[in-house]
Design a protein around this ligand. Structure first.
Ligand code: GUN
Length: 309
């Protein structure tokens, strides 16, 4: 079997275009545009890249987009003050605190400070509970929302299917499992301590991998015909290894040679291509969907807060 590609770049482009149209309509009919504030503490390069992408995408969709960058030595109290200011701000509908925050901060306290009606990331413990309890008006985190949209696009009915989520993070693994459960899949979460991982993952009709270990999921982990969603984005400058893995993908190699770096997924893409029915590329799979979902969540919150929907 040769897998079909779940093209996150194309699908997120379509979604973002629709959001742009919706924002124009909100402005014309109701006189407001959705407002999103992204708060970052310090300058972790990876976080800065993500924050920049989020800010740019929000601007492009016609949002009011604010980026607040607190200095690396900012205190927890300063961050909490900023969150409270954004909670009170009439033009802001969504607040996102980029994680990780500095180690000495109490992450739970910070996420709890984001007003529920502006919790665009769904990381406030109340939102986490609402998702877990399958209540209707929850906001689910952006990456899992994007993953679910990709699975939906395959056209498969999730009801009764075996879904395995490899990875148990609060940002991806656990909320994705909750969303799959809501779609009536039979869900297993496994992780680095799970015994005989391939025997568990190879049962999956839907396999979501979010472990942050490059190329971990090889052919033996994958059931013939599975839908494979690869959330891993692992930076590499190892040209030799890259060329070995992507031997039959000259365009990938060309890109690496041009830039001097590339990315491996958590899934061994060439092996998965031969076994899965659908597979997400890295990059260009889940990543772009996360941004589109963040914008969707912001619009949802804006409509609720301003129009009482
Ligand atoms: N850090 C890594 N992923 C995310 C995310 O989706 N949201 C936030 N706020 N921080 C992150």
């Amino acid at each position: 079997m040769t897998a079909q590609i779940l093209d996150g770049t194309r699908i997120s482009g379509e979604i973002r275009e629709k959001i742009g149209e919706e924002v124009a309509a909100l402005k014309a009919e109701h006189g407001f545009v959705p407002g999103l504030t992204v708060i970052q503490v310090g300058e972790v390069p990876e976080s800065s890249a993500y924050v920049k992408m989020k800010e740019k995408a929000a601007n492009k969709a016609g949002f009011l987009s604010r980026k607040i960058n607190l200095p690396v030595d900012a205190s927890e109290a300063e961050l909490l003050d900023e969150i409270h200011r954004q909670n009170e701000h009439p033009d802001i509908d969504g607040i996102l605190v980029q994680l990780p925050v500095p180690d000495e901060f109490d992450e739970n306290k910070i996420l709890s400070a984001v007003a529920i009606e502006k919790d665009v990331d769904g990381f406030n413990p109340y939102s986490v509970g609402m998702l877990s309890a399958s209540k209707d008006r929850f906001i689910a985190p952006a990456t899992p929302v994007g993953i679910m949209e990709l699975i939906r696009r395959t056209g498969i009915d999730m009801k009764g299917k075996e879904a395995v989520v490899l990875g148990r993070s609060n940002i991806v693994g656990k909320p994705t499992a909750a969303l799959l459960l809501k779609e009536h899949a039979t869900v297993t979460i496994c992780h680095s301590r799970t015994k005989d991982l391939p025997s568990v993952t190879s049962r999956a009709d839907i396999l979501v991998v979010a472990v942050g270990r490059e190329l971990m999921v090889t052919s033996e982990y994958i059931k013939e015909g599975a839908v494979v969603i690869d959330v891993g984005v692992n930076y590499t400058e190892d040209e030799k290894k890259f060329k070995e893995v992507y031997l039959d993908f000259p365009d990938f190699i060309e890109k690496l040679e041009k830039k001097g770096y590339g990315y491996f997924g958590d899934v061994h893409y060439p092996q998965a291509l031969k076994k899965a029915s659908w597979i997400t590329p890295v990059p260009g799979g889940v990543g772009p969907m996360t941004i589109a979902s963040l914008l969707m969540n912001t619009v949802t919150l804006a409509r609720r807060r301003r129009l009482g929907e």
